[in-house]
Design a protein around this ligand. Structure first.
Ligand code: AMP
Length: 579
């Protein structure tokens, strides 16, 4: 069977958008007896078992050294209950916050499910964080427990343990009982031994907190974003409609568990849809990745623009050497996917890469390209059925008004009430309230909607450049710089200027094998000027070997700006390769 011709779940976007009702989605997820009592772990495991998927493979762990471990839904369910019971034995109760500093490992998956079964809140951190970002987040989140490895504990947590008074329990996934005890910790194997196979789960309701994410902080200090169990329904629906999950699919989400994508889509969306998820422990490596796509016969692949651009740097030859005929859908999130990258997908994989948009606060995909909707390369697509997205302008009195005319730049806003809407910023109610105004949730992104209803990203509102009376979103300039055949990646900032207030300065990383020199610089400047006009085009360009990114793949413009202006670099905990 040719998988690519499987009918998309979203056969007709206009019909789906018109007929869509959240209560129908709830029914599909919970069954006819709708109840307020909902638990993400229960829905991700027990529900699959109830629906006859007990023998179906739920997850395949691919170890960094190439090992493979499979668990069926039945096994995952049983193991998660045992982990839940062990966590309870060691004092984890409803409302407690359990942190994790782990990669995509079996213990990570059982840790999250076991925590949620107890009605506690799971807070994943990037496993590459150093002691300081770990301390600030555990303090802010009042961590009761943390799950990690012995090595990470010794290097990163032991030095700060005394500074986090709320931290009572350290669970080491790879330590023996004695090793753990010597470090005033509990070993994972003992936790499982203490756990019972039978476990009375803690009742949770729709609005009970389930997950605590820290945003990636492209623009400032990270914030703690709280999500409730009700997020399950958007994870479920977006998996079916945007990622087009079909029964039997193998799905690979490459996101780190420290980023919301590694949780909403790395864990819940595939389990809620009963498909098989690949959890790969290894780091990015083009050859390894193509091997996984081929050997695991991945059908749906969810990754990031940075990863796609890294693969582009290797050319299409590497893709051509692999049998990727199982792939039916490739999606990308986290940053705008430039048109070249979308189209490169057609060369390398014979399909356009589907960009979609959301943020930590939205909990799941809200704007997306779909298999059945024509792709406009460079656009993030159209709202998910059930989601009302708008462009708004802020008026001088602080109020907000929708802009209905197409192609007007403004802030992207969403009508509140979607099921995975965040429930608060930890310890910052004022900031939470400030994100809602006049019937809209304000995303902080600058965007534009075209005549056909497609959304185009222009930049983060905080990254906006104000130059000679123009408001410039960095990405509208970056996308043009990346059209130049020599340019691999680009980032632009506003640089103070006495005449224009700010001028646009571009930073460019060149494709492999291309040498930087002044004539190339002038050529790229001229290309941008021709495409953008003198008011918006960069006035200066500097070459960089790499563009700095966050660990979730976002361009860190504020760091470039700080370096350019000689200002303090600020919080670098989310910088790729940073502290
Ligand atoms: P985070 O909450 O850390 O995932 O960051 C969310 C932000 O990343 C959004 O508000 C956007 O600024 C950016 N973002 C995510 N996905 C996209 C996309 N597909 N296109 C453009 N920007 C994106």
């Amino acid at each position: 069977m040719n998988l690519r011709i499987l009918e998309p779940n979203l056969a007709s976007y206009p019909a789906a958008a018109k007929e869509f009702r959240w209560d129908q989605e709830w029914k599909a997820l919970l069954g006819p007896s709708l109840s307020e009592s909902v638990n993400l772990a229960e829905l991700s495991t027990a529900r699959a078992v109830r629906s006859g998927l007990s023998e179906q493979r739920a997850v395949r762990f691919v170890g960094a050294g190439g090992s493979r471990t499979d668990w069926t839904y039945g096994e995952l369910h049983a193991k998660s209950l045992r982990a839940a019971s062990g966590l309870r034995t060691f004092g984890i109760k409803k409302g407690d916050r359990v942190f994790s500093l782990l990669g995509r490992t079996p213990e990570f998956l059982l840790g999250i499910l076991g925590t949620l079964w107890n009605g506690a809140v799971f807070a994943p951190l990037y496993s590459s964080f150093g002691p300081e970002p770990i301390r600030t987040r555990m303090e802010l989140g009042r961590a009761k427990a943390i799950l990690t490895t012995t090595d990470a504990y010794r290097k990163k947590i032991a030095p700060i343990r005394a500074m986090v008074p709320s931290l009572e329990t350290v669970i080491l996934t790879d330590a023996s009982y004695e090793e753990a005890r010597a470090l005033r910790a509990i070993s994972w194997s003992m936790l499982l031994d203490e756990g019972r196979a039978k476990f009375e789960s803690e009742p949770t309701r729709l609005d009970d907190p389930a997950l605590l994410h820290f945003t990636s902080g492209t623009t400032g200090m990270p914030k703690g974003v709280l999500h409730a169990h009700s997020a399950a329904v958007l994870h479920f629906t977006s998996g079916r409609l945007a990622l087009d999950f079909h029964p039997g699919d193998v799905f690979w989400c490459t996101a780190d568990p420290g980023w919301v994508t590694g949780i909403s889509y790395g864990v819940f969306s595939p389990l809620l849809n009963g498909v098989t998820s690949i959890l790969d422990e290894g780091p990015f490596d083009p050859i390894r990745w193509y091997k996984i796509l081929q050997e695991e016969a991945v059908n749906v692949w969810y990754t990031s623009p940075t990863a796609i651009r890294m693969l582009m740097r290797e050319g299409t030859e590497l893709a051509a050497k692999h049998d990727l005929s199982s792939l039916r859908l490739i999606a990308s999130v986290g940053e705008p996917l430039n048109a070249e990258a979308v189209l490169w997908g057609k060369e390398a994989f014979q399909m356009a890469i589907l960009d979609n948009w959301w943020q930590t606060e939205t909990g799941g995909i809200l704007i997306s390209n779909f298999r059945s909707v024509p792709v406009k390369p460079g656009s993030m697509g159209v709202p998910m059925p059930g989601i009302e997205a708008a462009i708004v302008e802020r008026l001088p009195d602080g109020s907000v008004r929708e802009v209905r005319s197409p192609l007007v730049k403004g802030e992207r806003a969403i009508r509140p009430g979607w099921p995975s809407m965040f429930r608060g910023y930890l310890g910052d109610d004022d900031r939470y309230r400030s994100r809602f105004r006049d019937g809209f949730y304000l995303t902080g992104d600058l965007a534009m909607r075209d005549q056909d209803g497609y959304f185009w990203f222009l930049g983060r509102a905080d990254d906006l450049i104000k130059s000679a009376g123009h408001l410039i979103g960095p990405f509208e300039v970056e996308r043009v710089l990346m059209e130049h055949p020599a340019v691999w990646e680009a980032a632009v900032i506003g640089k103070p200027d006495p005449v224009s207030k700010e001028i646009v300065k571009g930073f460019v990383a060149l494709k492999k094998g291309i040498q930087e020199n002044d004539s190339l610089r002038i050529e790229i400047l001229a290309h941008a000027r021709k495409r953008l006009g003198p008011a918006i085009a960069p006035k200066e360009i500097a070459f960089l070997p790499e563009i700095p990114h966050t660990r979730s793949g976002k361009v860190m413009r504020r760091l470039l700006r700080a370096r350019e202006l000689g200002l303090p670099e600020g919080d670098l905990s989310t910088l790729e390769g940073g502290p």
